[in-house]
Ligand binder design. Structure first.
Ligand code: AP5
Ligand code: MG
Ligand code: ZN
Length: 220
């Protein structure tokens, strides 16, 4: 099963993709995480994407499509995966459709996680993420069990450099102009499913699993 998670910055795409990935055993492909890891490692890719990310602008389509295509070729994605933060332009959505079609595959569903602007700002303002595995936490709604330590891997938590008030404003603007057309793209293909993202993390994830007709494997 190939899924796309859509939603504004802070809607909970990363949170939900990680949960669904754990619950149903699908690989999680997050364009933003791949870019941030490249920035942390100081690779050529990292150097080329950093300025865009810091300004809240999209990385050019060619670069993004290339990075995702390489990740999609890895063995864990052959029978399905969850895309988080990609596609973000209609151009990217078309490229993804073509790549999958050339392998006899297709996107099954695009889940749109809907959250109000006011709530998005609250979520991004209190977010901390793991430097090693990128798991997101929130000071108020989902703090780590041990302060400043990732529950999943023990990694150190930090605040993203693009979570400043000014950059968040720019990211929301970019989202409305460049990414909302992707919702229409999947709606026209009959694949868009809207989920109410305002509720608690666990409730949202159960609804997604439900609408997909999947069964969750309960953690021990
Ligand atoms: P990216 O990393 O994709 O960021 P984004 O789209 O702005 O989305 P976020 O990661 O900020 O939000 P999220 O929806 O994942 O929310 P989260 O789960 O963390 O992209 C960053 C940059 O990379 C872009 O600006 C661009 O430069 C570049 N880029 C990436 N992909 C690209 C592409 N395809 N094309 C071009 N450029 C690209 O949750 C947010 C917070 O809320 C957390 O603290 C979380 O704990 C909390 N929370 C989550 N769910 C709930 C809930 N239900 N209730 C209460 N709190 C919740
Ligand atoms: Mg994210
Ligand atoms: Zn971690």
């Amino acid at each position: 099963m190939f899924l796309v998670l859509l939603g504004a910055p802070g809607a909970g795409k990363g949170t939900q993709a990680a949960m669904i990935s754990r619950k149903v055993g699908l690989a999680h492909i997050a364009s933003g995480d791949l870019f941030r890891q490249a920035v942390e490692k100081g690779t050529e890719l990292g150097q080329s994407v950093k300025a865009y990310m810091d300004k809240g602008m999209l990385v050019p389509d060619e670069v993004t499509i290339q990075v995702i295509s390489e990740r999609l070729n890895e063995p864990d994605c052959q029978t399905g995966c969850i895309f988080d933060g990609f596609p973000r332009t209609v151009e990217q959505a078309k490229a993804l459709g073509k790549t999958l079609a050339s392998q006899g595959k297709a996107i099954d569903k695009a889940i749109y996680v809907e959250v109000s602007d006011e709530e998005l700002l609250k979520r991004l303002g209190g977010r901390w993420i793991c430097r090693q595995c990128q798991t997101p936490y929130h000071e108020v709604t989902s703090p780590p069990r041990i302060p400043n330590k990732c529950d999943e891997c023990g990694g150190e938590l930090y605040q993203r450099s693009d979570d400043t008030e000014e950059t968040v404003k720019e990211r929301l603007k970019v989202y409305f102009v460049q990414t909302t057309p992707v919702l229409d793209y999947y709606r026209a293909e009959g694949k868009l499913v809207k989920v109410d993202g305002k509720r608690g993390i666990e409730e949202v994830s159960e609804e997604i699993i439900d609408v997909l007709g999947l069964k969750s494997v309960k953690a021990k």
